[in-house]
Design a protein around this ligand. Structure first.
Ligand code: CA
Length: 230
């Protein structure tokens, strides 16, 4: 699965960098902006999975940044504030942040909150929203953006490439593809590998689907493979 990215918008450089280090150690991608304008630009550019947002910022303050983000996105936002009085005001305004942390705080505690919000957001996304990139076929439900495929409630453990292969079949049900066509469509001509990997991937995907008694990928002798639910 792709690395999750946290955008830190904070003008105290030292604090921003310490937080960034902690998050990187936990495996997150990190982008730092030192003012509100740059933060908003980065947000629109990189579509982070979560935002840490200071309130007092040069150029555009944190509350305005939060409101602007909320016009287009439900991405979790954790507000950081220098004083609790400031925080009360922000909370009472109801600008749509998900959480509030008052300085000074422990970086470890903040990282724990980041994780909790990302987990919760992912769950909401999988269970209710994000139908825009959902594809259902037979017992399988695909979420293309997150590279997740579910059988009922269970996530099938697929590698990125296995997901791409299965998703390609699922997007073209009942259509027969030769190994060459699959290779060109999924791997492209610029990638290393060769056509024999197609059979290897099909075999692995079949094994993983078989765990759930699913045998949608059929061999069409002399022609190739197709996905068929029946
Ligand atoms: Ca500040």
């Amino acid at each position: 699965m792709e690395k999750q990215t946290v955008l830190i918008i904070e003008d105290e450089k030292e604090l921003a960098e310490i937080l960034g280090d902690y998050l990187e150690v936990e495996g997150y991608g990190v982008k730092i902006a030192f003012d509100g304008d740059a933060g908003l630009n980065y947000f629109n550019e990189i579509h982070p999975n979560l935002v840490l947002l200071d309130i007092m910022l040069p150029k555009l303050d944190g509350m305005s940044v939060c409101k602007r983000i909320r016009e287009t996105s439900e991405t979790p936002i954790i507000m950081l504030s220098a004083k609790s009085g400031e925080m009360d005001k922000v909370i009472s305004l109801g600008i749509g942040a998900d959480d509030y942390v008052t300085k000074p705080f422990s970086p470890l505690e903040l990282v724990a909150r980041v994780k909790a919000h990302l987990r919760r957001y992912e769950k909401i996304n999988l269970n209710t929203k994000s139908t825009r990139n959902e594809l259902k076929i037979g017992k399988l439900t695909f979420y293309k953006e997150s590279y997740v495929v579910l059988v009922n409630e269970d996530e099938i453990e697929l590698t990125t490439k296995e997901f791409e292969v299965l998703y390609f079949f699922a997007s073209h049900p009942n259509q027969v593809f030769s190994k060459e066509q699959l290779y060109e469509n999924i791997w492209g001509m610029n990638e290393f590998g060769d056509i024999s990997s197609v059979a290897v991937y099909v075999k692995r995907i079949r094994e993983k689907l078989n765990i759930y008694n699913i045998d949608y990928i059929k061999t069409v002798w002399g022609a190739g493979y197709k996905l068929s639910v029946s």
